[in-house]
Design a protein around this ligand. Structure first.
Ligand code: ADP
Ligand code: ZN
Length: 515
């Protein structure tokens, strides 16, 4: 094992750092001790050094498996700029390029070799001819169907430990719940791996969730006291990023859209301008941010509900990497849930996706400390409430919601459980529209009995009723709202219902007119 001063000198010489971040040292020691390792560390925690530094001190090469073909070249360029002999092999290269890399490998001119999992099988022969001292599997959650980003090519990686039984393997990921963790170790054949779990608690990030109504106004209000701070707004659709960026530009903000449909040069430019602070706001689909290293992102907004907590956590994690206080804001809307439910339905592993979406919803609808929920998802328990989320800062108060519940439930009964939330609210509020008239709902006894409550508030109350099990949404029957066993207790047994008092979110200024 290399001496400690030698390790620190290498850290300084090649990476320019004076000390290690939490866990880096113990992970590196464990590699030198010959162990297999599983590293769970949030994005920005400093995972790369954990294998890049040992790579410099070990006799043979370090093989790095990475799914991010688009980023490989940048990563390798960065290493080479620091004087590290690194190369990559992936499908974007010509045969000639690949052969010259093979020659360099045999000539021991390479310390770190980045490989896409798809390209690994082509390297089988060459790998038998060289000394492999360490294998790193980056983004290791891709191996698991339980992870949020499953890549079939990753499932072949079990081969590595069979081919190199005595070479330490290190698997790294930013996101893995317990099931995924176990799955990673099983599939990579590293059941005795030492596990290193970094804390996922990013105390400097405030957490806030609001109902997704009048989002543009809410965003403009949010920005009023952050006129120059850099931020990212994540949207579900490309179209939304475009319209949102344009609306922000119309209000004088320097905002650009970023998504997979934007031409490559333009995307690179947006990314660069954002890093250099010449663009203030990027409205992006999830494609944005992977691998970008900008420490002063002061806020992240989710315009739409993310499809799972892993993705959400990773995206808010792009704020406040410098450790300074930063804000995050998530808009929660029922329409998004329906949309995501449809995506999940169409996906290959429907059950997993739906379960993950459910956890995301629970987070968004929580009436207790959000950080507790977020961290418990990653297997981390905190004793005290965080004091830096909207629930902690402004705890919900409860009202007697029995009458509200009775009105809603009896309306659902009278329309024979045949309508989605929107129409139920229309009937409650006595709306005069086609959805109501076409079916003669204006004749019902409950028509208009809820016109003292605004449409938006009804929506929130009904969502609460769903969460408490008084109603359910039949997702496979056009989202019709239906009664449950529990509804009957309210309708027939006088069960009391407690609902959380709805807050006035942001006073929307008259100048911020919805466009
Ligand atoms: P991850 O892969 O976990 O997302 P990276 O390896 O990309 O994180 O590191 C995130 C940032 O932290 C990079 O800018 C990196 O240079 C920096 N970093 C890593 N280790 C240290 C350290 N020991 N001291 C200072 N900065 C570090
Ligand atoms: Zn809290």
């Amino acid at each position: 094992m290399p001496e400690q001063p030698h390790i620190l000198a290498t850290l300084k010489e090649y990476f320019g750092y004076d000390s290690f971040r939490p866990l880096q040292q113990e992970i590196i020691d464990s590699i030198f001790a010959g162990n297999d390792n599983l590293v769970i560390m949030p994005t920005g925690g400093g995972k790369s050094i954990c294998y890049q530094l040992p790579a410099l001190l070990l006799p043979g090469i370090t093989l790095v498996i990475s799914p991010l073909i688009a980023l490989m070249k940048d990563q390798v360029d960065g290493l080479q700029a620091n004087g590290i002999k690194a190369a990559f092999v992936n499908s974007s290269q010509t045969e000639n390029e690949q052969h010259s890399i093979y020659q360099n490998l045999i000539d021991k001119q390479i310390k770190l070799l980045y490989v896409a999992p798809e390209s690994l099988s082509f390297l089988d022969t060459i790998l038998s001819q060289i000394e492999v001292s360490l294998i790193a599997v980056d983004e290791a959650h891709c191996i698991s169907a339980w992870g949020h980003d499953f890549r079939p090519a990753y499932t072949q990686l079990g081969y590595l430990k069979n081919k190199f039984p005595n070479t330490p393997l290190i698997a790294l990921t930013a996101t893995a719940d317990k099931a995924t963790r176990q799955d990673i170790c099983d599939q990579l054949n590293i059941s005795n791996a030492t596990q290193h779990l970094a804390s996922f608690d990013r105390k400097n990030l405030s957490l806030e969730v609001r109902p997704g109504n009048k989002r543009i106004e809410q965003i403009l209000n949010f920005l009023d006291n952050k006129p120059n701070d850099s931020g990212i707004i994540y949207c579900l659709s490309r179209k939304a990023t475009e319209t949102l960026a344009e609306k922000l530009r119309n209000q004088g903000y320097n905002a650009e859209a970023y998504h997979a449909g934007v031409v490559h040069e333009k995307r690179a430019k947006v990314q660069e301008d954002f890093i250099n602070d010449s663009i203030q706001i990027v409205c992006a689909t999830i494609a944005f941010g992977m691998g970008i290293d900008k420490s002063n992102v002061r806020w992240v907004i989710h315009y739409n509900l993310p499809k799972n907590i892993e993705g959400y956590y990773q995206e808010i994690g792009r704020a406040g990497r410098d450790g300074l206080p930063s804000s995050t804001l998530l808009f929660h809307s029922y329409a998004d849930v329906v949309q995501l439910q449809k995506f999940a339905d169409m996906s290959g592993n429907k059950e997993v996706q739906l379960a993950k979406l459910d956890r995301m919803k629970q987070y968004a609808e929580s009436l207790s400390c959000r950080r507790k929920i977020l961290l418990s998802y990653f297997g981390e328990l905190i004793e005290k409430d965080c004091g830096n989320c909207d629930v902690c800062l402004d705890p919900p108060t409860f009202i007697d919601g029995t009458i509200i519940a009775q009105k809603a439930l009896s309306t659902v009964t009278r329309i024979k459980e045949q309508e989605p939330i929107g129409t139920v609210i229309d009937v409650l509020r006595g709306a005069q529209n086609a959805a109501v008239y076409d079916k003669g709902y204006q004749q019902l006894r409950t028509y208009g009995i809820g016109n003292d409550i605004s449409w938006r508030d009804w929506q929130q109350y009904i969502i609460q009723l769903i969460n408490q099990g008084y109603l359910e949404i039949a997702f496979h029957l056009n989202n019709k709202l239906r009664l449950t066993e529990r509804s009957k207790k309210v309708l027939f047994n006088n069960e009391k219902v407690s609902l959380s008092h709805l807050k006035e979110f942001e006073k929307i200024k008259a100048t911020h007119v919805e466009q």
